[in-house]
Ligand binder design. Sequence first.
Ligand SMILES: Cc1cc2nc3c(=O)[nH]c(=O)nc-3n(C[C@H](O)[C@H](O)[C@H](O)COP(=O)(O)OP(=O)(O)OC[C@H]3O[C@@H](n4cnc5c(N)ncnc54)[C@H](O)[C@@H]3O)c2cc1C
Length: 404
Amino acid sequence: MDFSISRGLQTTLERVREVVDLQIIPLEPALLSRPFSELRPALAAVRDEVRASGFWAPQLPETLGGMGLSLLEFAHVAEELGRSPLGNYAFNCQAPDAGNMELLREFGTDEQRRLYLEPLAAGECRSCFAMTEPDHAGSNPVWMGTRAVRDGDDYVIDGRKWFASAADGASFAIVMAVTDPAAEPHRRASLFIVPAGTPGFRRVRNIPCMGHAGDDWASHAELAFERCRVPRESRLGEEGAGFDMAQARLGPGRIHHAMRWIGVCRRAFEMLCDRAATRELAPGDPLGTRQAVQEWIAESLAAIEAARLLVLHAAWTIDASGPSAARDAISLVKFHVAGVMQQVIDRAVQAHGALGISDDTVLSWFYRQERAARIYDGPDEVHKAVVARRILAGRKPSGGEVPR
Ligand SMILES: Cc1cc2nc3c(=O)[nH]c(=O)nc-3n(C[C@H](O)[C@H](O)[C@H](O)COP(=O)(O)OP(=O)(O)OC[C@H]3O[C@@H](n4cnc5c(N)ncnc54)[C@H](O)[C@@H]3O)c2cc1C
């Protein structure tokens, strides 16, 4: 295992950090106080600079205008970007588009790549991914009610989805729907590309989450499909392969989130330390002199460094041996890093007192938005069960004998 950073990557990381510190973090007060759509002009200007500097879409190959980094190299960049909620967006590696780009690259036809992947890679449009449904447990991905029924050369889609992130303003949705309810569970569903504006495809609402409905990219929508007719060519991949493709999308995608979460941890940790050093409980008596706060700082740093190594290890395994060899590593990273992040954010909020829960710092954004990390892309409990089942698979009941 080699996690060393080349000189070239080191220079890139320093420049990326500069962009985040000088151009992206100053936009955060607006993110916290105004609709996201009002930030778009300022973000577009930052995106232009990022593109011109050669840092655009670090996760994509150069043939698509990206930086062509390995997953391990991208992990380092994503850590820098994750320090701001706007970092990934500014560099065009934001969810859910990054995952959709992966899907289209791997499974799209030439025409689908031309129509959907190329504009996404160029940052000319956004997309969403619609799999979860209000009436079915999202943690059981093979159980859903949305149907796509063949009708001549078309499919007709009916159903309801929700928590489709960034659907507000997206040019198209990649939608999972059951095409053969009689097939074995993992072969029942297929994926479809449904452009916005297709008759029968409706965004019902942006779902208010913890007091904020959000808008544009910073939102999660409920979607309705009512006799929504799409041509056969809009099916992505084979019929019945929807589940397998979604899994392929979520493999590296989960690592993308975890890489970003390390950046969130870093930022919250920086704020925790700054607050400990500068907030005086009495003249000349800063918060950081208290043992409880010192313990938060030391415990947080140890947890972040350990989580970071877990992420780098998972990325390295995927680079070296592919996502299936990294299945356990991906599950471990998904629940462990989410938990570390939640704890570090909570400590930083606590250290900031009332300021910590106000919208005057980015901590409230992290606290609200990142709680979901333990739920999306598979809740903690599901990942833990997956890992534990594999660990226990080779072991047999003792038949009454006490194992030694
Ligand atoms: C911010 C956010 C963004 C999202 N973005 C998208 C998106 O873009 N596209 C999309 O399709 N979906 C998206 N989702 C949906 C997400 O993938 C689902 O919420 C997730 O899969 C869990 O499904 P559920 O909400 O139906 O919870 P349920 O399946 O109802 O589970 C509820 C709870 O039960 C527990 N649980 C579930 N299964 C088990 C088990 N096997 N053992 C023990 N406990 C268990 C867990 O604690 C879980 O949190 C998003 C969700 C959030 C919160």
